[in-house]
Design a protein around this ligand. Sequence first.
Ligand code: ATP
Length: 324
Amino acid sequence: MTARHLPDTRTPVIEVTHLSKHYRDVPAVDDVTLHVQAGQIYALLGLNGAGKTTLIRMLLGMIAPTAGTVRVLGAAVSAGDRSAWARTGYLVEAASAYPELTVRENLEVIRRLRRLSGTADDIIERLALAPYADHSARTLSLGNLQRLALAKALIHAPGLLILDEPVNGLDPAGVAEIRTLLADLAHQHGTTVFLSSHLLAEVARLATRIGILHHGRLIGEHDAGQLDHHRRRHLRLATRDDDTAHTVLRAHGYRPEPATPNGLLLTDQHALAQPEQVATILVHGGVPPTELHLQEEDLEAFFLRTVGSSPQTETGNGTRAEDA
Ligand code: ATP
């Protein structure tokens, strides 16, 4: 069955089932199963070499999986079958354009190839490319070239956008613009967005769901709104005599750990909820705090901790040939 209509919210727009791609003995993508629902912004997060581009190329039928299946918009994807390309907007690998053609001419080429009526003016406006519309692509900055690539991906108002590292090369203002554009597409137009990135802090502000890919494996999936629950928090304190402070706190049932280069860390829920009680105990114990503050792991630290504690990282050194 190849249903060509946009599925409703109960049908995943992307269904990846036990998908693998091995290059000789390197499992670039290793037994990944994931679902993306309509209207979701799903971010596939991973370090360089995690397998993001390989997975995206399989979503688009650009390469054949070693094992597993992909369904996009209700239809099975197979290598060489370009139907997925026609129904989605995509940006894979480095942004490219005809260097001698202007921005407008580049977009006109795509508009005609896609047999779209009208002009490219709307999309030029939308991607803030108007000031460069008559500049040849070879003179564009990396950021504007990326913007042009996104314009090409969006020109036919696709229901699904698949973007490999879409904010690569953009300055902070460009990143913010793209974030607003993608959020608007998802929230106002119901566009489903699947994107890859290596920046958790960036995608956490945009994505509704985040999948963490590491050495080809999907090692975690989180609703973006739930990420805060996974971030570690601790109370950091210092005194003039940390050994005594340690003894005093243990006597009150806390489990302090030494901090570097000095001071103590408390992760007890009670300490996190009521740091003022910790301060009172230290004052009464004769070791008043010289420093006391609640610290929260930032998103990048959370991400690095997550991939750092995955089995592949603990047992391997980045090359996994011995596992294959
Ligand atoms: P980056 O962010 O650096 O682009 P990525 O997460 O997109 O990384 P991939 O490009 O998918 O990662 O690569 C995953 C692994 O597969 C890497 O070890 C890479 O060297 C390997 N790989 C990718 N394509 C090929 C290929 N055509 N032949 C051999 N190995 C490949």
